[in-house]
Write a protein that binds this ligand. Structure first.
Ligand SMILES: Cc1cc2nc3c(=O)[nH]c(=O)nc-3n(C[C@H](O)[C@H](O)[C@H](O)COP(=O)(O)O)c2cc1C
Length: 492
C-alpha cells in the first residue's frame, strides 16, 4: 500500500483561518475525499465546545489520568473529543478508523471484566481500524494512534482526562462486546472522564539530547532484549537510573515475593546485628533493602549501586540512612569488613562476565567470619515456563515486561543453582545453608495472573493451581524446584 506519490503544496493554515472556521482547518482543495457527495465528508461545525487554549500548555500539561469522578460526561463533549480524532492524519487518508464510545455502565462493567483497566472511567472509547488496511509499516496502527493522541489533547482542553489502554485483555472480546465486525482491529481503548485529582507533575522524560540526533544517529540505543548478554553494563546503568528516577510504576513487589524474602531471612539470617555491617549489592529500587533494614534493625546498612543517583535514592529509603557506594568508583566498600554481603535477585540482570566479577568482589568485601547471601530465581523451576506461557497468550513481552521479582529492572535471566555454586567455589565460598520456596505458583499469584481471564478460564486456572498446591509438599521439591532460591555462603 503506497501513499499518493506527490504531496501537494498547501498554504499553511494560519490562526486567522482557523478562527474563521470555528477551529476546524479547511479541507484542502483536491484532497482525497471519502465519497462523492458532500454528505460523506465532515463539513459541519464542531459538535461540542472548542474553547481557546494555549497549544503548548495543552501539550505539556496533558497527563494520563487513571482515577475519575463518577459523574457522566455529556455526550456533546464526548462527540467533540471524537471529532478531534477524525482530524488526525491517516495513511493514504483512508480514515478506516471506528470509535465506539461506551458510556453505558453495564457495558463498561463487561469491558472491565476483560481488563480491570477499563473499569476506571465513565467512558471507554474503543478505537478500531480496518484490520487489513495499510498494514505495511503498521500504518493502520499508526493512524489509529494519531487519532488517539488528537482525542487525548482535545479532552485535555475540555478539562477531561484520558488514559491510553493497550492492556485491554482479549481484544477480540472487546471487539465483539461493542459489536464491531470481524474485519476491525481493536488498537486500543481510550478511557475518558472527569479527573478525580488535579494531575501531578508527569513522569520525567528522557532528555532531548539523548534521543535526538541531527542527520545521523549518533547514540547507543538502550537494548530492548531481555537477555543480559545484550546489555553493556553502562547502558543498564543508564536505563535503571532513568526507570528509578522517573517513577516506579512496574516491579512492585508482590505479596508472594515479600513472603519468600521474609521466610528466607527467618531461616538464614540471625536476628540481632548489634552494629555489624551489612552491604546490599545492587539494590536498585531499594524496596528490598528498605525491608531488610526494617526486619534486621541491628545491622548498619551500606549499599552499592551502578550510579550515584540510584545509590542515593536507595540510601534515602533506609532508616537509618544507609551509606552509599558506586560500583567501579575509586573508593568502594571496605574489603573484609561486612558481616553480611547480600545480592538479592540482581545477578539475573548481569551478563556472565559481570556476574563473575561481582561474586569475586563480594567474596572480598565479606568479613572472614561473615556470610554472603544470594537470592535468585531458579532456572529449574516453573518460572521460565510460565513466562513462555504468558508470551504465548500474547501477553506483554520485551524487557519492560519481564516478570521478575523486585528489584529487577532490565534484562533478566533465571540462574542455574549448580552454576552459581560452582562460581561461588571458584571464589572460595561454600554453601552453609540454603532455602528454596514456591515450587508451584502460589494461590494469590494465580488469582493475580488470571484477573483478566474469562470466568471459565479463571475457574480452570484455579483448579489447576489447587492441584499444583498438593505437589508443593513433595519432599525435596521446594529446595530443588522452588522458584526462589537463597544461598548462604561462607568462606571455605
Ligand atoms: C501506546 C501506549 C499504550 C499505553 N498503555 C497503557 C496501559 O495499558 N495502561 C496504562 O495505565 N497506561 C498506558 N499508557 C499510558 C502511559 O503509561 C503514559 O502515557 C506514560 O506513563 C506517560 O505519562 P503521561 O501520559 O502522564 O505523560 C499507554 C500509553 C501509550 C502511548
Amino acid at each position: 500500500m503506497s501513499e499518493p506519490a506527490e504531496p501537494r503544496e498547501e498554504p499553511t493554515p494560519g490562526p486567522e483561518r482557523n478562527r474563521a472556521q470555528g477551529g476546524i482547518p479547511e479541507v484542502p482543495e483536491g484532497s482525497p475525499q471519502l465519497g462523492e457527495s458532500a454528505g460523506d465528508a465532515d463539513e459541519g461545525a464542531p459538535p461540542g465546545p472548542t474553547p481557546a487554549f494555549d497549544f503548548w500548555n495543552a501539550l505539556y500539561s496533558r497527563r494520563s489520568i487513571r482515577k475519575f469522578k463518577p459523574e457522566p460526561v455529556p455526550r456533546e463533549l464526548v462527540s467533540q473529543v471524537l471529532h478531534a480524532g477524525i482530524w488526525a492524519p491517516s495513511s493514504c487518508n483512508y480514515q478506516m478508523w471506528d470509535f465506539v464510545a461506551v458510556d453505558d455502565a453495564a457495558l463498561n462493567a463487561q469491558l472491565a471484566q476483560l481488563s480491570t483497566q477499563m473499569g476506571n472511567a465513565p467512558v471507554n472509547i474503543v478505537v478500531a481500524y480496518g484490520r487489513d488496511f495499510s498494514e505495511e509499516a503498521w500504518a493502520n496502527i499508526q493512524s489509529a494512534s494519531a487519532a488517539i493522541q488528537n482525542m487525548s489533547l482535545a479532552a485535555q482542553v475540555l478539562g477531561l482526562g484520558t488514559f491510553w489502554i493497550t492492556q485491554t485483555g482479549d481484544r477480540e472480546k472487546v471487539r465483539e462486546l461493542v459489536g464491531l465486525p470481524e474485519d476491525r482491529l481493536v488498537v486500543a481503548v481510550l478511557a475518558l472522564g472527569w479527573p478525580k485529582f488535579a494531575p501531578r507533575k508527569g513522569p520525567k522524560r528522557r532528555p532531548l539530547a539523548q534521543v535526538s540526533h541531527w542527520n545521523h544517529y549518533a547514540g547507543r540505543p538502550i537494548p530492548s532484549s531481555p537477555r543480559p548478554q545484550d546489555w553493556a553494563s553502562d547502558l543498564l546503568a543508564i536505563y535503571q537510573r532513568a526507570r528509578v528516577l522517573n517513577g516506579l510504576r512496574h516491579n512492585k513487589p508482590r505479596a508472594w515475593e515479600v513472603r519468600a524474602l521474609a521466610e528466607a531471612l527467618e531461616s538464614l539470617v540471625p536476628r540481632p546485628g548489634e552494629g555489624a555491617r551489612w552491604l546490599d549489592v545492587l539494590p536498585c529500587t531499594g524496596i528490598v533493602t528498605e525491608r531488610l533494614a526494617r526486619e534486621r534493625p541491628g545491622y548498619r546498612f551500606e549499599i552499592l549501586e551502578r550510579t550515584r543517583e540510584v545509590a542515593d535514592f536507595v540510601a534515602a529509603r533506609t532508616n537509618p540512612r544507609a551509606r552509599a557506594h558506586v560500583l567501579g568508583a575509586a573508593e568502594g566498600p571496605e574489603q573484609g569488613a561486612f558481616a553480611i554481603v547480600s545480592c538479592l535477585f540482581r545477578l539475573e540482570n548481569c551478563a556472565q562476565s559481570e556476574r563473575e566479577e561481582l561474586l569475586a568482589s563480594m567474596a572480598r568485601w565479606v568479613a572472614p567470619q561473615g556470610r554472603v547471601l544470594i537470592g535468585f530465581v531458579n532456572a529449574n523451576s516453573f518460572h521460565d515456563f510460565s513466562e513462555w506461557l504468558r508470551s504465548r497468550r500474547a501477553g506483554p513481552r520485551g524487557v519492560e515486561y519481564v516478570l521478575a521479582p523486585d528489584p529487577s529492572i532490565g534484562p533478566f535471566q533465571t540462574l542455574d543453582p549448580r552454576a552459581l555454586e560452582a562460581l561461588a567455589r571458584e571464589n572460595e565460598l561454600v554453601v552453609e545453608a540454603r532455602y528454596g520456596c514456591q515450587a508451584v505458583p502460589p494461590r494469590e499469584e494465580i488469582e493475580f495472573r488470571a484477573r483478566n481471564f474469562s470466568a471459565r478460564s479463571k475457574r480452570i486456572a484455579r483448579a489447576f493451581g489447587w492441584c499444583l498446591e498438593k505437589l508443593e509438599w513433595l519432599p525435596g521439591l521446594r529446595s530443588r524446584r522452588g522458584r526462589f532460591q537463597f544461598l548462604l555462603l561462607k568462606r571455605a
